[in-house]
Design a binder for this molecule. Structure first.
Ligand code: PEP
Length: 262
């Protein structure tokens, strides 16, 4: 049984003070839904303070994730944050988000290096993959997304896959208000991503890895995704910036597919 996981990607929103205020309001409202894993991913500068606030208020079952990481433990990489710097302040890290791929030039090879570095240093990667509108319309989704999954996981072992989450996020659905319908998303997640994992690691691992959907997930379309058998939660941008929406998403996930003891 895969525990559903809802992760809020706050992108470059919320100052340090706003992040702490937000999580102070959010955490007690997410607390009842222990059958869903709940993750908040603030900006780097707010990570430690958000984690401290969760600890102070005894909400340590809300997990903290970073939005990226460098692959080196240290070095002359101005502006970058290393996996050792995240140890102790983040448990998860989003890697390969389409905004990093598009605006920061993150390549499949770098994504793979980041995934391996994160795992080596005890961080759990949320690996984002997804096709462009052009690729989607050309019927290339399965080939492209399958290729991204393979590239991200080069030299990642079957045992390490226990700590990896994959997020299927069609680029054309991120922040646009357009979203893939539930059955289509489930088809890519089950028929392409899980099938690729089965080829790489065998069916037991493929069945155990959690795969999220992401792309304009909102309270009013959440049930459509959570009712799908292969979708194990959501990576959420815009709607995770509002307390009521974040709570509603987790509540729907708990109702549709929560397991015990996340
Ligand atoms: C995201 O940032 O990963 C995302 C899916 O954003 P949104 O929910 O706003 O589409």
């Amino acid at each position: 049984m895969r525990t559903p996981v809802i992760a809020g990607n706050w992108k470059m929103y919320k100052t340090l003070a706003e992040s702490v205020d937000f999580v102070r309001e959010l955490a007690p409202r997410l607390a009842p839904f222990t059958n869903v894993e709940r993750v908040v991913c603030p900006t780097f500068v707010a990570l430690a303070a958000v984690g401290a606030e969760l600890k102070r208020t005894d909400h340590t079952d809300i997990h903290v994730g970073a939005q990226s990481v460098h692959w080196e433990a240290q070095g002359a990489f101005t502006s970058q944050i290393s996996p050792t710097m995240l140890q102790g302040i983040a448990e998860y890290v989003i890697i390969g988000h389409s905004e990093c791929r598009a605006y920061l030039g993150e390549t499949d090879e770098q994504v793979n290096k980041k995934v391996k570095a994160a795992l080596k240093h005890g961080l759990k990667p949320i690996v984002a993959v997804g096709e462009s509108l052009q690729q989607n319309e050309a019927g290339e989704t399965a080939t492209f997304v399958g290729g991204q999954v393979r590239a991200a996981l080069v030299d990642v072992s079957a045992d390490e896959m226990a700590n990896v989450i994959i997020a299927y996020e069609p680029i054309w659905a991120i922040g646009t208000g357009r979203s893939a319908d539930g059955a289509t998303a489930n088809n890519i997640i089950g028929g392409t991503i899980r099938a690729t994992l089965a080829e790489l690691y065998g069916s037991d691992v493929a069945q155990s890895v959690r795969i999220q959907y992401g792309g304009s997930v909102k309270p009013d379309n959440m049930a459509e995704y959570m009712s799908q058998p292969d979708i194990d939660g959501a990576l959420v941008g815009g709607a995770s910036l509002k307390v009521n929406d974040f709570v509603a998403l987790v509540e729907i996930a708990a109702r549709e597919k929560g397991t015990q003891g996340a």
